[in-house]
Design a protein around this ligand. Structure first.
Ligand code: NIG
Ligand code: FE
Length: 423
């Protein structure tokens, strides 16, 4: 593999520091360097320093002229549901007419509608759809992508979902992390009685989880812990079993209504508690006192037409580690634009630019257990980089909705070669 030498960046935003999430006031530091070159060897960052010092040792390297743009760690999108079939645009209008997300779900729409569609599709069809969608996500600067199952629900269809994620992982230039979200919804036919609900819990814990863990096709387990979906007690049982099976833990916690998901995540030592738009003060305090990353998904609340957002300021000011992600999915957040989530982070969540940048890099990596591998430009870290067509990092959340990524690399290999000379 040839070495690379990145030169002429207006700023190199390193996010360099310890190989763990940035908490509280630590999120204000993103290490902006000017006049710096970055040398990459064997897919890893080798040296960062003044070009005149670094260049002589890398004469044989491929020189990448950043042309006065900003070079930063590739974005880490730590929460998506990117493997799905049909989009659900009809529900968008239904909500505008006053039908709530949960009401649509209770009538058999929402996730249930995606589950029926998913069941009818072949793995090849889902792989083709997902391959194109992942490429679009990458075109906005994402180099690490978490993808959840959860539109399968049954043993057969959850395995179909995770095998598609596995094939994406093997074929895609991005770094892809798989999460088993078998507990995304309770199948309609099993909602009928306590007995059938208990049967479903039994299947999740005793049949589907062992099959998923046994095949080694998921790194994390996740549960949609929400009133009307999985209760706190059910979530705890599923996640404790998942931990025993060797999976890391994540939760959809306190997304639409307060139920204590954040406190549960902290008490289980989960890698992340995600959503949190309805988190209680006690939940904020529990996360702040823990190592669980609070992953906020402002696109979801925006798209659902809710005026409330997660209390990012209270979380950060209380000392928690906050990450941002797209929640890319057909129901509540059909956006491929991760930088737009940074815009929402600043204007809706009142985060600073440095905070949203750390939230989308180092802290996203920590939410995936990858804080020692990606999310910062520092010697020894994977050369996961993104080049944006801006002169100052503050422009990234500013030009909202724009597609500014002109190239990205995962472990030194082109991920999104927008400009031919960057491939
Ligand atoms: O993160 N809340 C649960 N899961 C997704 C929505 C999935 C869907 O509606 O298809 C979310 O919002
Ligand atoms: Fe989600």
């Amino acid at each position: 593999m040839t070495d690379l030498l990145f030169v002429n960046a207006s700023q190199v935003v390193t996010c360099a520091g310890p190989a763990r999430a940035r908490k509280g006031a630590e999120m204000r530091d993103i290490g902006i360097l000017t006049g710096a070159a970055v040398a990459v060897s064997e897919g890893r960052v080798a040296v960062i320093g003044a070009e005149r010092h670094v260049a002589p040792a890398y004469e044989g390297a491929t020189r990448i002229d950043c042309k006065g743009r900003v070079l930063m760690p590739g974005l880490v999108d730590s929460h998506t549901h990117a493997v799905f079939g049909r989009p659900r645009f009809e529900e968008h209008e239904l909500r505008a007419e006053g039908h709530d997300y949960m009401e649509i779900a209770k009538r058999g729409g929402g996730i249930h509608s995606s589950v029926r569609d998913f069941h009818s599709r072949s793995a090849e069809d889902l792989l083709a759809l997902s391959t194109a969608r992942v490429a679009t996500l990458a075109s906005y600067g994402t180099t690490t992508l978490e993808i959840k199952s959860g539109y399968g629900l049954s043993l057969e269809d959850e395995l179909k979902a995770l095998r598609v994620v596995d094939r994406l992982r093997q074929a895609s230039p991005l770094r892809i992390v798989a999460t088993w979200l078998g507990a995304h919804e309770i199948p309609l036919e099993r909602r009928a009685s306590e007995a059938t609900r208990a049967e479903h819990m039994g299947d999740l814990i005793s049949t589907i989880l062992p099959a998923v863990a046994g095949q080694g096709i998921a790194t994390f387990a996740d549960v949609f812990c929400e009133p009307g979906v999985f209760t706190i007690d059910e979530t705890r049982r599923i996640l404790e079993a998942s931990r025993r099976a060797g999976l890391g833990l994540k939760l959809h916690a306190d997304e639409l209504a307060t139920s204590g998901g954040a406190e549960l995540a902290a008490s289980l030592g989960a890698a992340s508690a995600d959503h949190l738009a309805a988190v209680s003060d006690a939940g904020v305090a529990a996360l702040a006192a823990s190592d669980t990353v609070a992953t906020l998904l402002p696109g979801t609340m925006l798209f659902l037409g809710k005026s409330r957002q997660a209390p990012a300021r209270a979380l950060i000011d209380g000392g928690a580690a906050v990450a941002l992600a797209t929640d890319y999915n057909p129901g509540t957040s059909p956006t491929v634009n991760f930088p737009l989530m940074l815009t929402l982070g600043v204007s809706q969540l009142r985060m600073t630019v440095a905070e949203v940048v750390n939230a989308a890099t180092v802290n996203g990596a920590a939410a995936l257990g990858l804080a020692g591998e990606t999310g910062q430009i520092a010697p020894g870290f994977a050369a996961d980089l993104a080049l944006f067509d801006i002169g100052d990092i503050r422009e990234l959340p500013y030009w909202y909705g724009a597609k500014l990524c002109v190239g990205s690399w995962r472990a030194g290999r082109p991920c999104h070669p927008y400009e031919p000379e960057l491939s």
